[in-house]
Ligand binder design. Structure first.
Ligand code: GDD
Ligand code: MN
Length: 375
């Protein structure tokens, strides 16, 4: 096998036959397989099976009932299952022309790189197929931001946000990848210094169906970026900081409409505690939710922690000021910093602790700490 083509799909039925047809045609003289890693909720798996039965080249289907990690998780699963070490990742909507796969393979066969990126942003490439001006601007801006955050690792990559690339599986530490959301190439390039080459391509319009990109994918991307660069603890801090500002804003707004200040403070705190918890659930610890039991149990633990923290901090300030003779504002600041660290450790190790096996539990305890050390 020269190459495995991995295609993540979510409700892409009408594109499957055309994608296999063009891939087969473009790689006629090569031994290739196509692996669909499918999280669809419609009849796409049946269509893939039917196309596979009629195909000249091997077409495999991995259907996931538990779509962990979304698009990125699907890609990692495909890479694990591939028959060839050379894996191309390509969208299932024909925005990535299968004809370019031959060029990616030829470039990889020179043998001097680990990753060949199909880029929209070098000479010869275009991004005309992006749905509209907003998508184009978002794509450009997030590319710039990402390159600024990883100037060295992305120095040879003009398009870290592309979902179209070839990777040699032997150069990856698959276990260290944390696929969360859409940007799996970024995850691969940011974890470890890779040797990268690029091939230009024209990002086409969708063949059929509609895009699955969304605002919530955008939020996940920003969280992913923060975590990759600064570790999970920073994402936790950013969420906490926004929460604190929101708390003050809500309190101010309520007082403006005549609510008494203590009542306003209680309402503002309750709203931010719940909002903060949801941000932890869906952004900071999204990849750990599935294994850590019931959401309402996590909420109770998190809520209890906040209460105990508030109660414990006051006497600690008193001890610091009266016994250790530390200035009061400094003492309060020290307790806030300590509380922040304890809160992070508590959430990472207790609230989001996995419920499954002991081995998985140990891995989950070590991983977040490793992330922090790396950062
Ligand atoms: N298995 C699986 N699971 N596949 C998914 C999921 C999921 O949760 N979500 C989306 N996909 C598949 C889609 O079916 C499609 O084949 C591919 O991932 C890309 O999704 P689109 O909905 O077509 O996204 P896009 O066109 O907005 O984004 C693409 O372009 C970006 C560059 O602008 C993606 O390729 C991105 O990775 C790329 O960065
Ligand atoms: Mn697309």
């Amino acid at each position: 096998m020269d190459l495995s083509v991995i295609v993540p799909t979510f409700n892409e039925g009408p594109n499957v036959a055309e994608l296999v047809r063009r891939t087969t045609h473009a790689l006629q003289d090569r031994a290739v397989e196509v692996i669909f890693v499918d999280d669809s909720t419609d009849d796409t798996p049946d269509i893939i099976r039917a196309v596979a039965a009629a195909s000249e080249i091997p077409v495999r289907l991995i259907h996931r009932d538990d779509p962990k990690g979304g698009l990125g998780g699907a890609v990692v699963e495909g890479i694990r299952a591939a028959a060839s070490d050379r894996c191309v990742v390509m969208d299932g909507d024909l925005q990535h022309p299968p004809e370019v796969v031959a060029e990616l393979l030829a470039r990889a066969e020179v043998g001097d790189v680990d990753v060949v990126v199909a880029s929209r942003y070098i000479a010869g490439g275009t991004s005309d197929g992006l749905a509209n001006a907003v998508r184009t601007t978002v794509s450009r801006a997030s590319t710039l931001l990402t390159k600024a955050m990883f100037p060295r690792k992305l120095s040879n990559c003009s398009d870290p946000m592309t979902g179209f690339f070839l990777v040699d599986r032997r150069s990856l530490d698959i276990e260290t990848l944390h696929p969360r959301g859409f940007k799996i190439l970024l995850e691969i390039l940011a974890r470890k210094q890779m040797r990268v080459a690029e091939v230009p391509f024209s990002f086409a319009a969708r063949f059929a169906g509609e895009s699955k990109a969304s605002f919530s994918q955008g939020m996940r991307f920003l969280t992913q970026l923060t975590m990759l660069r600064f570790g999970r603890m920073s994402a936790f801090a950013v969420v906490g900081g926004i929460g604190a500002l929101a708390n003050l804003a809500i309190m101010w707004a309520l007082q403006m409409v005549g609510v008494q200040y203590l009542v306003a403070a209680v309402i503002a705190s309750l709203v931010t505690i719940v909002a903060n918890f949801l941000a932890l659930e869906y952004l900071v610890f999204a990849d750990m939710r599935a294994e850590s039991g019931l959401m309402r149990h996590r909420f109770i633990k998190s809520f209890t922690f906040n209460g105990i923290e508030a109660i414990v901090r006051i006497p600690v300030i008193w001890v610091l000021v009266s016994q250790a003779h530390i200035q009061s504002v400094l003492a309060a600041a020290l307790t806030l910093i300590a509380a922040f660290i304890v809160r992070f450790v508590f959430h990472a190790l207790v609230v989001y602790a996995p419920k499954k096996s002991r081995a998985a539990k140990i891995a989950r305890i070590v991983e977040p700490l490793e992330d922090e050390l790396a950062a």
